[in-house]
Ligand binder design. Sequence first.
Ligand SMILES: NC(=O)C1=CN([C@@H]2O[C@H](COP(=O)(O)OP(=O)(O)OC[C@H]3O[C@@H](n4cnc5c(N)ncnc54)[C@H](O)[C@@H]3O)[C@@H](O)[C@H]2O)C=CC1
Ligand SMILES: O=C(O)C(=O)CO
Length: 386
Amino acid sequence: MAKPVSIEVWNPNGKYRVVSTKPMPGTRWINLLIQQDCRVEICTQKKTILSVEDIIALIGDKCDGVIGQLTEDWGEELFSALSRAGGKAFSNMAVGYNNVDVNAANKYGVAVGNTPGVLTETTAELAASLSLAAARRIVEADEFMRAGLYDGWLPHLFVGNLLKGQTVGVIGAGRIGSAYARMMVEGFKMNLIYYDLYQSTRLEKFVTAYGEFLKANGEKPVTWKRAASMEEVLVEADVISLHPVLDKTTYHLVNKESLSKMKKEAILINCSRGPVVDEVALVEHLRENPMFRVGLDVFEDEPYMKPGLAEMKNAIVVPHIASASKWTREGMATLAALNVLGKIKGYPVWSDPNKVEPFLNENAPPPAASPSIVNAKALSLPVSKL
Ligand SMILES: NC(=O)C1=CN([C@@H]2O[C@H](COP(=O)(O)OP(=O)(O)OC[C@H]3O[C@@H](n4cnc5c(N)ncnc54)[C@H](O)[C@@H]3O)[C@@H](O)[C@H]2O)C=CC1
Ligand SMILES: O=C(O)C(=O)CO
């Protein structure tokens, strides 16, 4: 059994025991729990990724709900431990929940929450930042300056790609993929090609309307196309950004074969999940194609990089910070806490997890509902009529 982990306790006499496996940004989430009679225990152990054993020790004998992190392995062992401790509520502080075995949660009747909506624009902004940084070789140029190598303007110095008029490809045009597409189309007048299992009518309407606006102003209109296959995107796009969920259908979606279909000077961005890309194949591709560039926020064996990636000048790598804006991270903490609280209090589930603004208004009490429970249907949880 793991040693007891260090914790910080708020409202020790609260009726319901809620554990957070990490300190989370802001205090609103703590206050909302305390106001509803929760004792809040926050793990303060100086270890970035908690093991299953650590979390079992945190859950202890009596626990009503847990707020966990995407780095943790929430499966049979943890859900059975939570259930034994009387708990029926868990929320990831993340929108992605590939670290959670939802079937195991269903088996123990545990509601699984996630935090959609509040990180859409922040994550899309990082994908856009990586796209620009890769296109204009910003990191390489910064390193060159700091190394004292700049001795005067040269016609060939750090020549990169112009985005205007090129084609942006989006794979997975859900909330974040669509937000990214809009930024790149409107901001840089790029044409759009996207691939998703579902049609994104709103995105298509947006690009059409923006194209008409440009035309009315005497400029070349932007265009959109929904690709019938992912291959079309790979072949046609100059910048490709990955935004699907990680599941069996998207594991290694980008592999040796798909990389070989992309343009030699294409840019690939991944702000979804590391295993969507075969990172070994990517390193080989980067080595063989120096003009191909990549911007990565996520890694196949996170927090590690595959051998060779760190040495590649045509790769920009950042440590899974796509959702790291203060407003977003505080909002994620709030949504995660309210998911757990809602289940503990027997509240219904919010009807539209894409419209979570009422939960984020600091000047009003949040609705009496869990903002987003991914297994609400499987557990037959009631849906809010608000
Ligand atoms: N790097 C980071 O910090 C962050 C990463 N994420 C990742 O981004 C993912 C997407 O988030 P949202 O846009 O909010 O989710 P979403 O559910 O709105 O969008 C995902 C889209 O992927 C599509 N999709 C699923 N399987 C596909 C396939 N085989 N091929 C093509 N498209 C497919 C879905 O139809 C959906 O439109 C999350 O699941 C998470 O893993 C999310 C937030 C921050
Ligand atoms: O929310 C998610 O899925 C993340 O990756 C963290 O921002």
